[in-house]
Design a protein around this ligand. Structure first.
Ligand code: S3P
Length: 422
């Protein structure tokens, strides 16, 4: 075998979704929000830079970020275009906040974000009365948002998307009455948990969330749990490299995010949990993952939103499983940082896998040996990390293009991976 057994411990970096929210919610709260284990990835740094441009002081201390909030109505007109870089979460959540301000702002970002669909937020925010325009008329950024008086709505979202849900809820803070969002399946609920912690009046009923306007939000201490989406690469690595046993500490295991664990267990993975505790309303645990003999599975329906960002690495795992894995109901993958159905299928085919793209997912017949190839990442961090794991168990070496894009969500990824090799 090309790679010796992986052994050791990884401390998962801070959760990306929760890091973004801690800056944004801190900015519109009164007083200081103190954030530890903040993810210093490029996406979250884009959020900091946007809120600084709107007059929010963000102090970076050793191991701590302090956000000096100015309250719901304390943001000022940005000094410049708000550059979100590669970050969909920054774009969509911030748009919800900007829709209720008393100034005009303009959002843009990199090549990838300029192709990602924003109609999904333009539609509900416009229903609330927002003045939000896609400047090129293509429903993508650049967006120009002129703050207006918003009205509360009940929005039936056609997609299970935490970014859409959060954009509407955040705009709801500035509306004239209550705002509700119903989604077709429950997406990650970090906004709901955290907004409540900051003092928002918010209720949930199945897949419907309702928020009341104009709360008094107060700065909080946030300990960001480890990002299960980052941990996923090491879970997979331990499962496919014979003889491995890896402990991954401090993983957020919120049930709206833990689908990867459930799928791995359904495939036959040996995973042990310890040190279960709570971190700022979010469940956290350490897990120990051992090399396991895997079998294919079916992944679809309500499970999809709980593992949407992990599907690239699940596709890699499936190549090492006996039998067929079917991934369905995941058309959302086409509009992530890249078209993740096309890229996974193209790259895994180039490595010799038996994989077929479908309209809303992929079908993988596992067990074929994988070999070296050039991997197109389109600068998508999750594609680069997924193939770095595949590289542990293929013949020869993969040539992964634009490998550095991992800094979007996990700047220390390659060092952490190297630390497990003996
Ligand atoms: C996120 C929600 C998901 C996820 C993204 C982060 C969030 O996107 O894929 O990486 O922080 O709310 P969608 O809302 O588009 O599903």
């Amino acid at each position: 075998m090309k790679t010796n057994a992986l052994k050791g411990e990884i401390i998962t970096p801070g959760d990306k979704s929760i890091s973004h929210r801690s800056i944004m919610f801190g900015a519109i709260s009164e007083g200081t929000t103190e954030i530890s284990n903040f993810l210093q990835g490029a996406d979250c740094l884009s959020t900091i830079s946007c809120f600084r441009k709107m007059g929010i002081e963000v102090e970076e201390k050793k191991d701590l970020i302090l956000v000096h909030g100015k309250g719901l109505h304390g943001l000022s007109a940005p000094s410049d275009i708000l550059d979100v870089g590669n970050s969909g979460t920054t774009t969509r959540l911030m748009s919800g906040i900007l829709a209720g301000q008393s100034f005009t702002s303009c959002i843009t970002g990199d090549e990838s974000i300029q192709t990602r669909p924003m109609k999904r937020i333009i539609t509900p925010l416009s229903m609330m009365g927002a003045d939000i325009i896609s400047e090129r008329g293509n429903d993508c950024v650049p967006l120009r948002i002129t703050g207006t008086n918003l009205k509360g709505i009940h929005y039936n979202s056609p997609v299970a998307s935490a970014q859409v849900k959060s954009a509407v809820l955040l705009a709801g803070l500035y509306a004239d009455g209550k705002t509700s969002v119903t989604e077709p399946a429950l997406s990650r609920n970090h906004s709901e948990l955290m907004l409540k912690g900051f003092g928002a009046e918010l209720t949930t009923d199945n897949t419907t969330v309702t928020i009341m306007p104009n709360p008094k939000l107060t700065g909080q201490k946030i300990v960001v749990p480890g990002d299960i989406s980052s941990a996923a690469y090491f879970i997979a690595a331990a499962l496919i490299v014979p003889g491995s046993e890896v402990t991954i500490k401090n993983i957020g295991i919120n049930p709206t995010r833990d689908g990867i664990l459930r799928v791995c267990e359904a495939m036959g993975a040996k995973i042990e949990y310890s040190n279960r505790h709570d971190s700022g309303g979010e469940p956290v645990a350490d897990i120990t993952v051992s090399y396991s003999s895997l079998t294919g599975t079916k992944i679809c329906g309500d499970l999809i939103p709980t593992l949407i960002d992990e599907i690239p690495i699940i596709a890699i795992l499936s190549c090492f499983a006996k039998g067929t894995t079917v991934i369905a109901d995941a058309a959302e993958l086409k509009v992530k940082e890249s078209n993740r159905i096309d890229l996974m299928v193209q790259n895994l085919k180039a490595m010799g896998a038996d994989i077929t793209a479908t309209e809303d997912g992929m079908i993988i017949n596992g067990g074929r040996p994988l070999h070296s190839a050039t991997i197109e990442t389109k600068k998508d961090h999750r594609i680069a990390m997924s193939f770095s794991i595949a590289n542990l168990c293929c013949e020869g070496e993969l040539n992964i293009l634009h490998k550095d894009c991992v800094n979007i969500s996990y700047p220390e990824f390659y060092q952490d991976l190297a630390s497990l090799k003996q």
